[in-house]
Design a binder for this molecule. Structure first.
Ligand code: ZN
Ligand code: ZN
Length: 278
């Protein structure tokens, strides 16, 4: 893994105190996010040295065919199981009561059972909320380090699922980049890969009709917008990095939980829930 990707996540850690001040209602969840991020950064540092072998020989051909580079169900997770134990210990220390309980249950399970539960989650993108959160906390840095070894140009994909792992994005952002000015990127909920997507298109159903799309923002944080599609009743947040250059999209999403409550009260469904399940 390249050092700059690791630096990016170290930088993300410094964003948390700023977000706690700006979104006091999310302070508790941000403290937990901080605890998980510290753990994930240790995993990334470790992976930087170990660089486990992963067969990526078919990755580029798969992307060319419109399929995600990794076949998650064939991924050998055994070399990474030690990190799962660490994630479980962390969650049993700093999570809420129900998270602690779920973490303790998983800690008591044999290795084979953990592999099988994770396999089911990766294949079906389904697990109970606590397991989902812990599996994501564990797999995010693992897949983040693997995604770095897969080359694709960020504007060749234009689909609503991740080119690396196939999961859906939980947040999007706007940025001036080599792909253009004010380009919209989607960020994968699982491996944090970013890719380009049409700015005005619904990420769920592909709707581009202007009069069926609404945009809402929170007072005091107008760089975070909700893009709501009235055609399919789904939404995703759009974080404008041109207005807030130090924003970290996946963390801004966690902090702006009030926007999710607002949307969900109106029966809108998020394209994909973040690591904390909203
Ligand atoms: Zn992904
Ligand atoms: Zn839609």
């Amino acid at each position: 893994m390249k050092v700059f990707k690791q630096k990016e996540r170290e930088f993300a850690l410094q964003r948390i105190p700023v977000l706690k001040e700006r979104f006091p209602e999310a302070e508790e969840i941000l403290s937990f996010a901080e605890c998980l991020l510290r753990f994930q950064n240790c995993v990334l540092e470790d992976l930087l040295e170990k660089y486990p072998k992963v067969d990526l020989s078919s990755a580029e051909a798969r992307i060319e065919k419109g399929k995600p580079a990794l076949r998650l169900k064939h991924l050998d997770l055994r070399p990474y199981l030690g990190y799962l134990r660490e994630a479980l210990v962390k969650a049993s220390e700093c999570g809420t009561e129900s998270i602690r309980e779920g973490a303790r249950f998983l800690l008591s399970q044999p290795e084979e059972e953990l592999i099988s539960l994770t396999g089911y989650f990766l294949e079906n993108q389904m697990a109970d909320d606590v397991s989902r959160m812990i599996f994501m906390a564990w797999l995010q840095p693992v897949l983040y380090s693997i995604s770095d070894r897969i080359s694709f140009t960020r504007d060749q994909w234009l689909r609503n699922f991740c080119p690396v792992c196939g999961f859906k994005p939980s947040v999007s952002f706007l940025m001036d980049s080599e792909e253009g000015e004010g380009v919209r990127f989607l960020r994968c909920s699982l491996c944090l890969t970013d890719w380009v997507y049409v700015r005005t298109m619904c990420v769920n159903c592909g709707n581009v009709e202007d009069d069926k799309m609404d945009y809402f923002m929170e007072r005091g944080a107008d760089y975070i917008q909700l893009q709501v599609c009235r055609k399919c009743k789904h939404y995703i947040k759009v974080v404008d990095l041109r207005k807030e250059g130090l924003a970290v999209p996946d963390l801004e999403d966690i902090a702006s939980v009030a926007l999710d409550l607002w949307a969900q009260e109106r029966d809108y469904t998020k394209i994909e829930r973040n690591i904390f399940g909203y």
